[in-house]
Design a protein around this ligand. Structure first.
Ligand code: TTP
Ligand code: MG
Length: 399
C-alpha cells in the first residue's frame, strides 16, 4: 500500500510568531534578526520583505539597504520554542508517527488516518485550521507517497499552501524543477551538476546511476533515487539533541574584558534557559572564541555534576574565558557557548534542597515570566548588565 506522508512547515515562522502577538506587524515587511545598524543576519523575513530580495542568512545591514522601511524585530527564542511545542502537539493529535525537523517543520505519516477525514487534503486542511485557530500561524503542507517529494511540495506551495502529488505523478512533478530544490543539494553540488550539464531534477534522474556515483559517491546514489521520486526513509522521531549552542558576533572586534564577560553571561543565560525548557542538564560546558584574524578556538570542561543553573554554567564558562584570554592579545570577533552531554531529569534527582536547586527554581520562574511577557519583562542583578546589542546569533540546536 502506498504511504501518505505530509511535510508541514510554518510560514516565516519567527516573523509570524511576532505578528501573532503584535497585529500591527501584519502585512508589513518584517525581519527577525537583530539591530540592522550592527553586524548580524536575518533569521526570518516576512513574505512582504522577500520581494526586496531579503532572505534568511543575509546581513541585516544589507536587508536595511534593500528595504529601508522594513521593521526589524529582535528574536525571542523562548517564545518560538513555546509556539513550536504547541505546533508539534497539534500534529501529534493527527498521527503518532511524527518526525520534527527543527522548530517549525515536521514529517507526519498519516497512512490510513486520512480515511476518517475523507481525503488526505481534508486531513491537511484540518491541521492547517487548528494551527491557525490555536496559534494564529499559517503552515504549508506537502502531501506525497514519500518524504522527499512531500518536502519539495510544501516548499513550492508556500505560503499558506497545500499541494498533493498523487502516486505515480512524482516524476512529472519533479522533472522540470531545478536540482537545487532537492534536499541536500547546496551551492557546491549544484555547481558540480551544472558543469556536467545538469540543471533540472529530470536531467539528474535520467543520468546513469554509475555516472552519478562516480562523481558524488554514496551521496550521489541517494540523490539519484530522490530525483526519481524514490525515498523509502520512514517517518521516525529523531534522536535527542546532543548539544545546545549560542554565539554572538560583535559589531566591532574587542578586547574589552567587561564587555566579553557581559556577553558571555548573556549566552549562558540563553543556553541554560533552553536546557531548562527541555528539562535537561548538561555535563559539559565549552566556549568558543574567534579572533579578528578568524582563528577559532574551543575549550571545554566536564562538570562533576550535570547542571542547568545559570550561575553554574556561567561560572564554568568564565573560568574557560579567563584561561583562554590570558595568553592572547588579539581582539575577539565572536564568542560562543556550547553545553553538551545532556542528561534528563531522571538521572539527577537531588537528595536535598541545595542552594543550586533553589537557584534553578528561581531561574525557572524567571524563564516563565520572560516567555509570557518578553525578554526584558524581568531583570535580575545579572541581566541588568546585559544591554541588548545587535549581534548575530545562531539559534539552532545540534543533534
Ligand atoms: P525556515 O522554515 O527555513 O524559514 P521561515 O519559516 O522563516 O520561512 P518559510 O516560510 O520559507 O518556511 O526556518 C524556520 C525558522 O528558523 C525561521 O523562522 C528562523 C529560524 N532560522 C534561523 O534562525 N536561521 C536561519 O538561517 C534559518 C534558515 C532559519
Ligand atoms: Mg518555515
Amino acid at each position: 500500500m502506498a504511504r501518505c506522508i505530509f511535510h508541514i512547515d510554518l510560514d516565516a515562522f519567527f516573523v509570524s510568531a511576532e505578528q501573532a502577538l503584535d497585529p500591527k506587524l501584519k502585512g508589513k515587511p518584517v525581519i527577525v534578526g537583530g539591530d540592522p545598524e550592527r553586524r548580524g543576519v536575518v533569521a526570518s523575513a516576512s513574505y512582504e520583505a522577500r520581494p526586496f530580495g531579503i532572505h534568511a542568512g543575509m546581513p541585516l545591514s544589507q536587508a536595511r539597504r534593500l528595504c529601508p522601511e522594513a521593521i526589524f524585530v529582535r528574536a525571542n527564542f523562548p517564545r518560538y520554542k513555546d509556539a513550536s511545542n504547541k505546533f508539534m502537539q497539534i500534529l501529534s493529535d493527527f498521527s503518532p508517527y511524527i518526525e520534527p525537523l527543527g522548530l517549525d517543520e515536521a514529517y507526519l505519516d498519516v497512512t490510513g488516518c486520512e480515511q476518517s477525514y475523507g481525503s488526505p487534503q481534508k486531513l491537511a486542511l484540518g491541521i492547517k485550521e487548528r494551527i491557525h485557530k490555536e496559534l494564529n500561524l499559517t503552515a504549508s503542507v506537502g502531501i506525497a507517497t514519500c518524504k522527499v517529494v512531500a518536502k519539495i511540495a510544501s516548499d513550492l506551495c508556500k505560503p499558506d499552501g497545500l499541494l498533493e502529488i498523487a502516486q505515480g505523478e512524482e516524476r512529472n512533478f519533479l522533472n522540470p524543477l531545478p536540482v537545487a530544490k532537492l534536499p541536500g543539494v547546496g551551492k557546491k553540488t549544484e555547481q558540480a551538476l551544472k558543469e556536467m550539464g545538469i540543471a533540472t531534477i529530470g536531467e539528474l534522474a535520467s543520468l546513469p546511476l554509475e555516472i552519478v556515483k562516480r562523481h558524488f559517491g554514496k551521496f550521489g546514489a541517494v540523490l539519484h533515487s530522490y530525483a526519481k521520486g524514490m525515498d523509502d526513509r520512514r517517518v521516525e522521531a529523531p534522536c535527542e539533541p546532543k548539544s545546545i549552542s549560542q554565539q554572538i558576533t560583535f559589531a566591532q572586534d574587542t578586547l574589552d574584558r567587561r564587555f566579553l564577560e557581559i556577553r558571555l553571561r548573556q549566552l549562558c543565560l540563553e543556553v541554560s534557559e533552553r536546557l531548562r525548557c527541555q528539562d535537561k542538564r548538561a555535563s559539559c560546558v565549552a566556549i568558543r572564541l574567534r579572533y579578528a584574524d578568524f582563528k577559532t578556538i574551543t575549550r571545554q570542561i566536564t562538570l562533576n555534576e550535570a547542571s542547568n543553573a545559570n550561575q553554574v554554567i556561567y561560572t564554568i564558562a568564565l573560568q574557560l574565558l579567563n584561561k583562554t584570554l590570558a595568553p592572547q592579545g588579539k581582539p575577539i570577533r565572536l564568542i560562543g557557548v556550547r553545553i553538551s552531554s545532556l542528561v534528563g531529569r531522571e538521572k539527577q534527582l537531588p537528595m536535598f534542597d541545595s542552594k543550586v536547586e533553589r537557584s534553578v527554581r528561581l531561574d525557572k520562574a524567571i524563564d516563565q515570566i520572560r516567555r509570557k511577557y518578553g525578554p526584558t519583562a524581568i531583570k535580575t542583578g545579572a541581566t541588568i548588565a546585559i544591554q541588548a546589542e545587535g549581534c548575530v546569533k545562531s539559534l539552532r540546536q545540534r543533534s
